[in-house]
Design a protein around this ligand. Sequence first.
Ligand code: NAD
Ligand code: ZN
Length: 379
Amino acid sequence: MLAMDYRGPKRIRVTQKPMPEIKHPEDAIVRVTRSCICGSDLHLYNGNVPDTRVGTTFGHEFIGVVEEIGAEVTKLKVGDHVLVPFNIACGKCHFCKQGLFGNCHESNPMATAVGGIFGYSHTAGGFHGGQAEYVRVPYANVGPTVIPEGMDPEDAVLLTDVVPTGYQAAEMGGIQPGDTVVVFGAGPVGIMAAKCSWLFGAGRVIVIDHVDYRLEFVRNYAQCEAYNFREMEDPVVFIKKTTDWMGADVVIDAVGAEAAGNAMQTITGRKTLMQAGSATALHWAINSVKKGGIVSVVGVYGPTDNLVPIGNVLNKGLTIRANQASVKRLLPRLIEHVQNGILNPKAMITHRIPLEDVADGYRLFSAKLDNCIKPVLIP
Ligand code: NAD
Ligand code: ZN
């Protein structure tokens, strides 16, 4: 079968690989019909995630058709069209039982505490992903969800990660009616976080990025304010000024690790504010939230990154909440929101790319070329 293949930082290709096989009676094999490239894949692509092994197939946002099931799979049948959450979760462990499907202990018992993730590094269990014609799906009774009749495949594929992640970012923010919410990052996750903040009763939503076409998109799509930090003296001062010097009630970090490093390179002359390569957006978030406020982090950082200015957190009495999204827990309500038109995630898909051209997809998405917001690969 044809599959994406990681060769090293910024070196990916498509190649023929052996067909995946059922290895456990709870496995299923899914023929992939749509598979997105995610900001999380860029951390891998840029070589910033430890133990990303050459030969890995990336891809944790995919939908497809069930081709084969193991002897113990009871919840799916061959031919079902399914959307598959990016978390690989056993459904039975201490964490899954609490709805923490992103922290499943059985799919990845490693100390980093993230559960298994499709097509991520060996720190997330070392599973191959769905940027391929076929993929092995472990614990097939737990994650895969039959796509409701009539749902657009492009909406379905975004329910595997981006929609739940944006929603959980807003949820973890503990937004109270009338709150001012600031979202750093206008990628698909930040866009969804801004959109979902209204569902929790936000009174004002402000998105900050430095890519103008993304700011314009989110302004229209999420009906919010959106500003370019390169046009500001200092984003922290900007947020304080616009909130009567109080700070935002809730700040969401939808940027993560190396993207912040990239941002740093573009802001010359302000190196006192943050060290190159440090978590620019995270520092801005902590410094611009009000005292006693909540910083919600869904941007991905490396397992051992040590970036939180704890003194500021202490002095301001902040709460920081961070996690991988727990897709399965959120799916029932988010499927409903898509079906009744409250969320229209497919509007974010700007590029439909044949799997053969996966390298072009990474290049476009990574460099923010051709107004790319969300690319989807079609095997
Ligand atoms: P993306 O790369 O498309 O978007 C990131 C955006 O941040 C870009 O538009 C970039 O211009 C902007 N940016 C860079 N530095 C910035 C700064 N200092 N301030 C404000 N904006 C800045 O990625 P995405 O797909 O939207 O994902 C965003 C983050 O969420 C990534 O770190 C990704 O790994 C993470 N993620 C987390 C989960 C989860 O479950 N927690 C799931 C999916 C993605
Ligand atoms: Zn993703």
